[in-house]
Design a protein around this ligand. Sequence first.
Ligand code: A3P
Length: 347
Amino acid sequence: MAMAALDTSCCLVGPVPFNDVTKDDGQTVVSLPAEHADILSTLPSIAVGPDLQLRQYQGVWLRDYMVAGMISVQRRFMSRPGDVLLASPPKCGTTWLKALAFATMARTTYPPSDADHPLRRLNPHQCVPFMENLFSAGQGAKLEALPSPRLLHTHMHYSMLPPSLADCCKMVYVCREPKDMLVSMWHFLKSAGFNLSFPDLFELACHGQNPYGPIWDHVLGYWAASTARPERVMFLRYEEMLADPVSTVRQLAGFLGVPFTAAEEAAGTPADIAEMCSIDALRSLDVNKSGNNGLFVMFGRQTFFRKGVVGDWVNHMTPEMARRIDAIVDGKLRGSGLAFTPVGPLA
Ligand code: A3P
């Protein structure tokens, strides 16, 4: 059921759920802004299976509507002091990070113990907007309705961010071991009806041509930013979050300038947030069992919660495939100080 839009002209403090401040106008049709048609037609393109075409924009392989959305973000996004940007390659824990960051930042307004906490009635993607998706549908102005501080999300590479975002916002980035990310991406594309074999997606990824690829460029951009300005860019790995979610919640709170008080620690608030945002808790909610998220119409809400484990690649890749992509990624990351720890039988 669509909620009535909140009146944010009073003194609301963010973050508040995006869905509560924007009228659910039911718009799910993505029409590409005509102004981008000329640029799109000049970009290199590849067919990724019979029903998926990607174009290369600023070195990144994307579907047309994402190119349009990113161009619009680059031209039109207006940052505000206090904005917090969550960034990730797809299928690396975005949904989880949205839930954790929202629950942590908004815990004064919405304590995790509340039975009607926004994350118990909304999907995490309805709480934290996906910027380029919104802009691709000409709805970027909706972000103005959010009270500060705003919590926003992007899959854009660091090099593509408009300067106002890259220079002013705090950012939290999450990445994942690339083999598991690819497996997750394949399941996700399949769930949306794309006709693509895993070996085909794998082959594309080895050439940097998977959606939002090259993987290594995505990760290296934010890695470099986080080492240059650790007070501005926090770098998380999905595997480390899974190993200790409560520590992740504490780190997030500290980084975002809202560390837990002694009273909150004594009350178990960090553990309550981690529990509320766990994959089992989220996927058991009615809101996450069916339906879709407006502009995300082709992806059912339940498809964002699959296994949530480390090492599922062994069920899809031969050891030879694994060694091949590990060698490619290792080579690309060499000298950066970043490496992915081997997981599974090759470890
Ligand atoms: P798998 O497909 O490997 O299970 P994204 O949110 O970026 O689309 O990433 C989706 C991946 O994160 C999926 O991985 C999904 O199962 C996992 N995931 C979603 N919510 C999670 C949570 N609360 N905790 C851990 N993993 C989660």
